[in-house]
Design a protein around this ligand. Structure first.
Ligand code: FO1
Length: 308
């Protein structure tokens, strides 16, 4: 079974690890969000692509949910001396990834090519694709104007009243090579429990990707990242409200409505299933909060059963 996953953020990485334990590696293609990408210290950082590769390669720091295990921050400490911005923590091992990516991009390689090489060098045998090779940046507008995603999420710690979200550059972006083809030829598409606005939203903002999801014969399943009316982690709830979506599994269903077939909702949201099914979706009620490896594998297994 060829599976394509849409992924961004830490919730996606956990489900991917669960899927990785259950399906042959060559059957999983990951389309990663690049709307979170940022230029830090002059280096191109792709947090969601790195989190996918670090997780699937077994390098991830599980406490933080990003960066590498056994990380040190010696260089970071020296950058303080030079007055460099230090609101975004780049560890010494993580820096190697950004130095390497930045050099290859500067030499003209595409983000797709660079990501494939980094995945391979990190012993990740899955196909990890960026959503686009062109720049698409998630920006949020607060009372003091527009912020890049990392400025909002890390520097301001999401303590900003967001009234608008924009995916800057999306209208000029193309799906990365292989993304539309993978979706078209997949047996199944799994939308990971990621933030619908700032992790999945940027992927859908790339012209052609939402259309590919509508056109594919694949069964398209999503795991709701909203449980009991709030996000399992992160600012998804507030951002969904800012974008006019109900902060519930129903709101997730409406955000993905045109192309979604099945929505996995948490036991706490069982009462919502009649309204979700009235919208034309199939719902599966299960435990969607992943606790430990067993929780990741259990949710992955539930998704695969629903797709079978
Ligand atoms: N998140 C933080 O909350 N603080 C950080 O200092 C931070 C650094 C960082 C460095 C590399 C990387 O790949 C991710 C990093 N993240 C950090 C997480 C990142 O902001 C999020 O993983 C995504 O952008 C949200 O999906």
């Amino acid at each position: 079974m060829r599976i394509v996953t849409l992924a961004g953020g830490t919730g996606a990485a956990k489900l991917l690890r669960g899927l990785d334990a259950l399906v042959p590696q060559r059957t999983l293609t990951i389309v990663g969000n690049t709307g979170d990408d940022a230029l830090i210290w002059g280096l191109h950082v792709s947090p969601d692509l790195d989190t996918v590769c670090y997780t699937l390669g077994g390098w991830i720091d599980e406490d933080r949910g990003w960066g590498l295990r056994g990380e040190t921050f010696r260089t970071f400490g020296e950058m303080v001396r030079f007055g460099e911005p230090t609101w975004f923590n780049l560890g010494d091992r993580d820096l190697a990834t950004h130095l390497h990516r930045t050099r290859l991009l500067r030499e003209g390689q595409t983000l797709t090519e660079v990501t494939a090489k980094i995945a391979q060098d990190l012993d990740v045998s899955h196909a990890v694709l960026p959503m686009s090779d062109q720049s698409v940046r998630t920006c949020v507008r607060g009372p003091d104007g527009w912020l890049g995603f990392q400025e909002y999420f890390v520097r301001e710690k999401t303590q900003v009243e967001v009234v608008e979200v924009d995916y800057v550059g999306a209208n000029a972006a193309l799906p990365a090579p292989g993304v539309v083809e993978a979706i078209a030829s997949a047996h199944a598409v799994i939308v990971c429990p990621s933030n619908p606005i700032t992790s999945i939203g940027p992927i859908l903002s790339v012209p052609g990707i939402a259309r590919a999801l509508e056109a594919t014969d694949a069964v398209v399943l999503a795991v709701s990242p909203i449980v009991g009316g709030q996000a399992v982690s992160g600012p998804a709830g507030r951002l969904m409200a800012a974008c006019g979506f109900e902060v519930s599994a129903l709101g997730v269903a409406s955000a993905y409505a045109p192309w979604l077939d099945i929505l996995l909702v948490d036991n706490q949201d069982a009462a919502l299933t009649p309204r979700i099914e009235a919208a034309g979706l199939r719902t599966i009620v299960t435990e969607t909060v992943m606790r430990g490896r067993e929780g990741e594998i259990a949710l992955a297994r539930r998704a695969l059963e629903a797709l079978a």
